[in-house]
Design a binder for this molecule. Structure first.
Ligand code: NAI
Length: 664
């Protein structure tokens, strides 16, 4: 295997190029550390060197950080210590060379990559789109454990705290402004040439390096403010990564660098051993897996070009789908609905686009985008050249059947057709289409333009080509897709509804609504299950249970009393001030008393989801467990630090307890 670090000596300067062969990004793999060790041996022998430059051999990255796979595989504290020693040992050796060392940065310089650069004497960076500099570890449930929490604040002062806690990635100019980088060169400059000139100045003692002794006398106050900021962002949850990062900074800056590094190491062992780091790393992996939907298509597949789209129904969902098509694909869209629905639909789309334009999230003008929409009440000639139709009409099989029959008379035979149904089977509609192999499901989440997830549903007759083309469409409208087979509730609602059913059982057994909701928000869900029911529409949830042949007594009683939800009918489970409406309490169908602790509620509700997930895998509704976790994280906001319900069940031992094995 070729060496990661290659040394050549030019005019008394050691120029070290590094390149982790076979990977798009340089990361600190075991091979990289081994090669670094060898390099140190070579450098120690070079007695005449005056300075060293480290520069990446990759076109667009310096070092993207530690290898997350390596960290995810760690099982014991001593293994964590082993990995830490790799970093700290390497950086110690670097320092012991007692030479000016310059990191020459272009492209990503992140996490363990920036920690490496911080262990050098100085840094030069070339501006560029891919040049991002920062310590993003907190975003994957970790924190900088290779000296980052100690060296960055000592270099730039208090601003380091926020950068570390938020995991901010800075463009080169900003990193220069903050003092992380000592010299900035433009994107078209010669990095190695500039680095040689800079190290020449460093050797001659003429380079001015700003190395301020920062005053940390207000550290406790500032750290407390930062802690409050974190707790606000996590809605009160003291997650291990930011809390231990803060602890390392707060305690480490009061002692020497060497002692601070020891504090950081002890906390890093704790953070890696926390389940939340494993959950967060899983979220990172499943995000990467679905970031590029085209990579989920059959290898070598050439998708059908999508030059014109149609959306049937200009209601809640249709509007959202139109917004995503025009702003991301910039192709004409025909929208069909009844006359009264057309103007309100367009006005709504314009309102949302106006908001996006205000935030500078649109490339063109709102008028340009609006011109792409043609509204109609008939299946006329506008449909003759459409490439894809998304149907979002009322959730009524008879209406949908009629829509498909009429539609098929006007669209081309190879036009893709997808239904956004949430509860009807693809099978029940497929038979009404000519060429049913071009038909599948695209189940979006509301509000469409904000929710990343879409479920791509493969009906019995849906061809692989159609699934691939729908994945291509998902990519074009910037959605994160999961593919599943036809199933009541597909994936996300299939897991959500047993959980809701269990929730109502708990309140019927005497557990307070507030307590059940709070159990789940402190677990990390964005809203509690009862509030979710209230927001979605209590009648909607009731009807879905009814469709599953379940009569949920409490929901029945609440709906019968005319309470469809606070937003929908002005009355539901909650009052405007957020408290539970006392009028709803007598409507709860009491079923004995079984008071549960918050932990029991969390565990019981997770169990309801996980058992359904197992059933989906057994029935091959989904082939890959990761798709379930993607669905729950991006479809309902399952906490990212838990990695999805199936991963969390593995991490907490629930999978072993229930099924005798892990899913991952
Ligand atoms: P909606 O009631 O807001 O809009 C439906 C629209 O379809 C109305 O504007 C109606 O005039 C129109 N429509 C009815 N018959 C039509 C026909 N024959 N031709 C053309 N347009 C017709 O309903 P919503 O919420 O947008 O739901 C649409 C579909 O999306 C349903 O299948 C629903 O199950 C599904 N869905 C809804 C979600 C939600 O959160 N609302 C989430 C995911 C899917």
């Amino acid at each position: 295997m070729s060496k990661v670090f290659q040394l050549r000596v030019e005019d008394g300067i050691g120029v070290v190029t590094f390149d982790v062969a076979g990977d798009a990004m340089n990361t600190w793999t075991e091979a990289a550390f081994a090669s670094f060790d060898e390099l140190m041996g070579e450098l120690e022998k070079e007695k005449t060197l005056k300075g060293i430059i480290f520069i990446s051999g990759k076109p667009d990255n310096f070092f993207a950080g530690a290898n997350l796979k390596m960290i995810a595989d760690i099982e014991t504290p001593s293994e964590v210590r082993g990995v830490l020693e790799l970093f700290h040992g390497a950086f110690r050796k670097l320092k012991n060379l007692n030479l000016p060392i310059l990191a020459a940065i272009h492209g990503h310089c992140l996490g363990g990559g920036l920690e490496f650069a911080l262990a050098c004497t100085a840094r030069i960076a070339k501006e560029g789109k891919t040049t991002l500099i920062g310590l993003p570890e907190c975003n994957v449930g970790l924190f900088p454990g290779g000296g980052g929490t100690q060296r960055l604040p000592r270099l730039i002062g208090y601003p380091a705290i926020e950068l570390i806690l938020k995991g901010t990635m800075l463009p080169a100019a900003k990193a220069f402004e903050l003092g992380i980088v000592d010299r900035l060169i433009p994107g078209d400059a010669d990095l190695l040439g500039s680095a040689k000139a800079f190290i020449g100045e460093m050797i001659a003692g003429t380079a001015e390096l700003k190395r301020t002794e920062h005053d940390f006398s207000k550290l406790d106050e500032i750290a407390e403010m930062a802690r409050q900021g974190v707790l606000k962002a996590t809605r009160g949850r003291a997650l291990p990564a930011p809390m231990l990062a803060l602890k390392s900074i707060q305690e480490g800056l009061k002692v020497s660098l060497a002692e601070g590094l020891e504090i950081e190491k002890a906390n890093f062992v704790e953070v890696v051993m926390a389940k939340e780091s494993k959950g967060s790393i899983n979220t990172f992996f499943i995000k990467t897996l679905t970031d590029k939907p085209k990579a989920m298509m059959t290898k070598g597949f050439v998708p059908k070009p999508l030059k014109k789209a149609a959306v049937l129904g200009f209601g809640t969902m249709g509007r959202g789908i139109v917004i995503d098509i025009i702003r991301n694909m910039q192709v004409p869209v025909v929208v069909k609905d009844i006359p009264e629905a057309l103007e309100p639909g367009k006005a709504f789309v314009r309102k949302i686009l106006d908001g996006m334009a205000e935030k500078k999230r649109l490339k063109g003008t709102v008028d340009d985008y609006m011109k792409l929409i043609t509204t109609t009440t008939e299946y006329g000639t506008e449909f003759k050249d459409v490439d894809i139709v998304v149907e979002a009409v009322f959730e009524d099989l008879k209406i949908k059947q009629q829509v498909y029959q009429e539609l098929c008379r006007v669209i081309p035979g190879d036009c893709l057709v997808a239904s956004n149904t949430s509860s009807l089977s693809i099978k029940s509609m497929a038979g009404l289409l000519t060429n049913p192999e071009r038909f599948g499901g695209l189940h979006f989440f509301s509000p469409v333009w904000l929710m990343q997830l879409v479920e791509v549903i493969r009906g019995d007759q849906t061809s692989q080509e159609t699934v691939d083309n729908l994945l291509n469409f998902a990519a074009a409208i910037k959605k994160r897709p999961i593919v599943c087979r036809d199933n009541a509730g597909f994936v996300v609602n299939a897991l959500l509804f047993p959980m809701l059913l269990e929730t109502f059982k708990y309140i019927e057994e005497g557990n307070a609504i507030e307590k059940v909701d709070q159990a789940m928000t402190s677990f990390g869900m964005p809203v509690g299950p009862i509030r979710l029911t209230d927001e979605v529409g209590i009648d909607v949830v009731y009807k879905i249970f009814k469709g599953m042949e379940i009569r949920q007594e409490t929901l029945y009683g609440v709906v019968e009393a005319g309470r469809m939800g606070l937003k929908k009918s002005g009355k539901g489970f909650f009052l405007k001030d957020g408290s539970v409406d006392p009028e709803v309490l007598p409507l709860i169908a009491k079923k004995g008393v079984k008071e549960l602790t918050m932990e029991q509620i969390q565990e019981g509700l997770l169990e309801a989801m996980v058992k359904t997930g197992k059933d989906l895998l057994d029935r091959k509704i989904v082939e890959d467990v990761r798709m379930i976790d993607v669905g729950m994280v991006w479809g309902v906001g399952f906490p990212t630090d838990k990695g999805g319900p199936m991963k969390w069940a593995d991490l907490t031992g629930m999978s072993q307890r229930l099924f005798g094995k892990n899913f991952y």
